[in-house]
Write a protein of this length. Structure first.
Length: 495
């Protein structure tokens, strides 16, 4: 049964969206909502959406279809759509699903409190039309050119000057995301992100530090800094990424720092040389290469060559003995020849990525590549994807096998999911396989008084360790005893 002021959030897409959902949770709670995992009893369902590939949007559309049907029986249900699809489609979403109550674009999260308060005294009622109506939230009133009333009162898209409301994190957990720069202006020819997330806007260092200090006070030990191109941090506000890293590194109680995503064009030898000076920075580098062919990289507008990429990986391997290098790859880009694809396969084998997130090219309306000649047939894209995934799977196993016998620092953040805890983030295609591996590893666990803990190495690999004494939140040294495709098994070593 629907319960008043219970809200359920559904999040699609990348880590940035997950972070935004954390912010949204806080706003909902501050406005009197209790969050629930049970969609069926929520009076408000908020869908935080992704536009990166057609498949991501299809999932949202089918969810909206189901919710719209439900709303016919339960008209008191409120549906809010936020995120990249909300920004991209705006009023079109409301035309297709009139059951939607509000569409809130990526730049308008800070307006959510006003939207929740609604028009006058009625929560979640649309605002009265008319730019100067005093009931409209300030950002949506008067002269702000970005305040678009696309569809009367329900659609809030545009780019606000305020990125997030002031105090917005109340998440408790060992690990947290912290967005430090929003947006991207690289305009890679296939990518929708610059159109839906706007130009790069860095958050102020003081704001970021304050947020991380708060997180650490509530038990956070590892943070992952987020940005579509994190190495662009500070350019717009005369700050620097390295300076920020140093300040974050100085926060007492914080043990690990990760960051995503580094654009290979912006990674330099000098930058790489700084990381080992900051031991809390984990030796895990997510460097999306996209293709192993200079011809395709040019068409994509990536701004680097395969040679540059290889050199940077080499630099990283010079400064760290055993770093994790992970990547994103797109197959079947328009104009990708059999030779281009072969070059990608060769690069994957040569570098030996720890993990690769591999995607079939998905045309996005409004991006240049969508209109390129020589679009590849779906079957060919699927064939190339399968070939690539098979090779990468074997390479992931090899990179894991190299760790057998080594001692790794592991931060334990979960119990064996068989015992009921959710599994932290892994490559989506690997998730099912990883769960199966963990189940097998855990079954091998000896006596009943031992449980299996799951943790991550500094290189972000999942490790299962049987223990009687350790608990979630501990950090320990573990000798790796066994390697699978997506996970490791180990035993604690005495200090
Ligand atoms: N900012 C990051 C990527 C963000 S999107 C970067 O520059 O690397 C995450 C990944 O989705 C991309 O790295 C790319 O591999 C993939 N991707 C983006 N647009 C895509 C499209 N139209 N079709 C298929 N994959 C896409
Ligand atoms: Fe998209 Fe390129 Fe920006 Fe990454 S760098 S978000 S792939 S435009
Ligand atoms: Fe998707 Fe938007 Fe992230 S398009 S990948 S949710 S920035």
């Amino acid at each position: 049964m629907i319960q008043k002021k219970m809200a359920h959030i559904i999040t699609y897409g990348c880590q940035m969206n997950k972070y935004d959902s954390d912010v949204i949770s806080r706003i909902l709670e501050e406005n009197g909502y209790d969050l629930t995992d049970d969609e069926g009893c929520a009076s408000l369902v908020l869908i935080n959406t992704c536009s990166i590939r057609k498949h991501a949007e299809d999932k949202v559309l089918s969810k909206l279809g189901a919710l719209s049907i439900r709303k016919k029986d339960t008209p008191e249900l409120r549906i809010i759509v936020s995120g990249c699809m909300a920004q991209r489609l705006g009023a079109k979403l409301v035309h297709r699903f009139p059951e939607i109550d509000f569409v809130v674009g990526t730049g308008m999260i800070a307006e959510l409190p006003n939207i929740l308060k609604g028009n006058g005294n009625n929560p979640l009622t649309p605002f009265v039309k008319g730019e100067d109506n005093p009931l409209n939230p300030p950002l949506l009133r008067g002269t702000n050119p970005l305040s678009l009333f696309d569809n009367g009162e329900k659609v809030y898209t545009g780019e606000s000057s305020c990125l997030y409301p002031e105090t917005h994190i109340n998440k408790k957990g060992l690990k947290s995301y912290v967005a430090i720069i929003l947006g991207c202006d690289n305009y890679c020819s296939y990518c929708i992100v610059p159109y839906v997330r706007g130009k790069p806007r860095s958050r102020k260092p003081v704001e970021i530090i304050k947020e991380i200090e708060l997180l650490v006070k509530t038990g956070c030990k590892e943070i992952t800094l987020l940005g579509q191109n994190i190495l662009a941090y500070g350019r717009d506000i005369n700050e620097s990424f390295v300076r920020l890293l140093r300040d974050i590194h100085a926060i007492d109680g914080l043990l690990r720092i990760r960051f995503l995503t580094s654009h290979p064009r912006d990674i330099t030898k000098d930058l790489i040389a700084v990381f080992p000076e900051l031991p809390k920075v984990c030796e895990h580098f997510h460097l999306p290469v996209q293709s192993g062919s200079d011809h395709v990289l040019r068409l994509m507008g990536r701004g680097y060559t395969v040679e540059h990429y290889k050199r940077m990986v080499e630099e990283i391997r010079q400064v760290y003995p055993c770093p994790s290098i992970t990547t994103d790859l797109i197959v079947g880009f328009p104009g990708e020849t059999a030779d281009d694809f072969e070059n990608t396969m060769n690069l994957v084998k040569e570098i030996g990525f720890d993990t690769a997130f591999c995607f079939k090219y998905s045309p996005r309306e409004g991006t240049p590549a969508c209109k390129f000649q020589d679009q590849l047939p779906e079957e060919e894209k699927a064939r190339r994807l399968k070939e690539l995934l098979d090779v990468q799977k074997a390479i992931s196993l090899q990179t894991n096998q190299k760790l057998v016998g080594t001692v790794q620092e592991v931060l334990f953040d979960e119990k064996n999911p068989k015992e009921g805890a959710p599994l932290a983030e892994v490559a989506p295609l690997a998730k099912v396989a990883l769960l199966a591996e963990i189940a097998l590893l855990a079954e091998e666990a000896p006596p009943a008084d031992e449980c299996s803990l799951l943790g991550r190495t500094r290189g972000d690999k999942v490790v299962v360790v049987p223990t009687k004494t350790h608990k979630i939140g501990d950090i320990g040294m573990v000798r790796i005893a066994k390697a699978n495709n997506w996970s490791l098994k180990g035993v604690f070593v005495d200090k």
